[in-house]
Design a protein around this ligand. Structure first.
Ligand SMILES: [Fe+2]
Ligand SMILES: [Fe+2]
Length: 473
């Protein structure tokens, strides 16, 4: 793959130069994007220079490109993973046929919907994280936040490219609308609920990147299987960026837990707030909250929409090609958790209808690995506390459990009891105020870290931990 010329008005590896109509459409969208970035992108104070990576090609060596960038000068562009020669559709009714380079008329509306929903999450998370630069625990963390934000901006570009290139006038309208909705706005909210929640502090950011960016990973993996090859290729490249976002999440959470456990060990106490760190029960409540709202993103347990998306080849399963079955699923079943006759029971439903649930199960297994890692940190300090994921039916708003009031342990209780005990399980206003009180200002001096978080074990791109990751004016 030829490398990308970052001096192009729109850096790309899709030969925009030879498609005047498309190039013009994207050049018209670009100023609207930049307006959105200025209005809703990170508040960077004095516009800093940030040590960022910028893709110059989609192969591994393309990622070696690190350097100081002024945030608004970041080179957003359109990058697709290289095409696979003779790629075939891997699942559904069209299994074995060549993948599509154009959108089949029958699937146009459904494909556009998938792209718009994915695209909408990208700017939403930037909006949610807009103010966090004011309270960063270090220049290292600020750099990571900005890296995530510019890449979410690029993910928006990725989806907008598909809309402009393949969906004509309605694609252009959708691309415009992606810049008009706003996270948390009462009149023009983002499409999915979790992307309208606030991300008010850095613990919430690390939870979000650990959990909600991980939902993104699973959605992107299933779209990377798509029969619509441009979508598959764009998602495959996005996944390489997404990995860093989840790295920021798990390492951020590990560092928080580490710092708290250091205090618990050194002072022999659970009463850590007087030492200015985050107590583990508060950490657990944040985990409960972010886990439950992220589970909702996978949709209803039983979904004919998901079935249709699969049989028509639009969206596959996580690691579809590695799964040992017929990749059509017309006869297969899948066990789905249901609340039935006073108990949670696994009930077999047609596998085709259970694709959301299956993806959610894959996600949960991945999250459990991360929680295990956090618990190992806790145990390494000899601290007697175990983080756990709440029951899947806890605090749900989407799907079969939305009507139930369930404790994190999985007991169904009545609504009034649940509300009375909610603050045991979810961050209360005073929990959030405490966490926010630890982060009164931005810390950016190289090598300095806020008291509530341990420094990372290594720097970015082999740089030292006290490297100057951001340069303020
Ligand atoms: Fe993204
Ligand atoms: Fe992300």
């Amino acid at each position: 793959m030829a490398s990308v010329d970052l001096n192009d008005r729109i850096p790309n590896n899709v030969d925009l130069a030879s498609d005047r109509r498309l190039r013009r459409a994207l050049e018209q969208w670009q100023p609207a994007f930049l307006d959105w970035w200025r209005e809703m992108g990170p508040v960077a104070g004095a516009v800093p220079e940030v040590y960022l990576r910028t893709a110059t090609s989609v192969d591994r060596s393309g990622w070696a490109n690190f350097g100081y960038t002024r945030m608004p000068d970041y080179r957003w562009g359109v990058f697709l993973a290289d095409p696979e020669p003779d790629r075939r559709i891997g699942f559904g009714d069209h299994k074995g046929e060549p993948v599509w380079q154009r959108v089949p008329g029958d699937y146009r509306a459904a494909l556009r919907r998938l792209i718009v929903i994915q695209g909408d999450t990208e700017p939403a998370s930037v909006e949610q994280q807009r103010h966090l630069g004011r309270t960063c625990p270090s220049g290292y963390d600020l750099r990571n936040l900005f890296q995530i934000n510019v890449e979410e901006g690029r993910h928006l570009w990725a989806m907008v490219y598909l809309l402009h290139a393949h969906f004509g006038r309605d694609g252009r309208e959708e691309a415009q609308a992606l810049l008009e909705r706003r996270s948390g706005d009462a009149d023009r909210p983002r499409i999915l609920t979790a992307f309208n929640e606030r991300t008010p502090d850095w613990l919430a950011l690390f939870m979000f990147t650990f959990l909600t960016d991980r939902d993104g990973k699973f959605q992107l993996y299933s779209l990377a299987e798509s029969a619509f090859d441009p979508l598959a290729r764009t998602c495959r490249f996005m996944l390489t960026e997404e990995a860093h976002h989840m790295f920021v999440g798990i390492t951020g959470l590990s560092r928080v837990v580490q710092r708290t456990c250091e205090i618990m060990r050194d002072h022999g106490t659970d009463d850590v707030r007087r030492f200015g760190v985050i107590d583990l029960p508060t950490f657990q409540r944040y985990l409960n909250f972010h886990f439950s709202v992220t589970l909702d993103l996978f949709g209803a347990e039983v979904s004919t929409n998901a079935a249709a998306g699969y049989t028509s080849g639009l969206k596959g399963r996580f690691h579809e090609t590695d799964i040992d079955d017929d990749h059509r699923l017309n006869a297969a079943g899948y066990l789905v958790l249901r609340w039935q006759d006073g108990a949670f029971r696994k009930v077999e439903v047609p596998a085709l209808n259970a694709l959301n649930e299956r993806l959610r199960d894959d996600f949960i297994a991945d999250v459990e690995v991360g929680v295990g890692r956090l618990n190992r940190v806790i145990r390494s300090f000899g601290v007697d506390f175990e983080l756990t994921l709440p029951h899947v039916a806890f605090n749900r708003r989407v799907g079969a459990f939305a009507e139930l009031d369930v404790t994190p342990q999985g007991a169904v209780i009545d609504a009034a009891d649940w509300r009375a005990r909610e603050e045991e399980w979810l961050p209360s206003a005073s929990n959030r105020a405490y966490v926010a009180s630890l982060m009164p200002e931005a810390i950016t001096e190289p090598g300095r870290f806020a008291n509530w978080i341990a420094p990372p074990s290594r720097g970015i791109n082999h740089q030292a931990i006290d490297f100057e990751y951001v340069r303020l004016d």
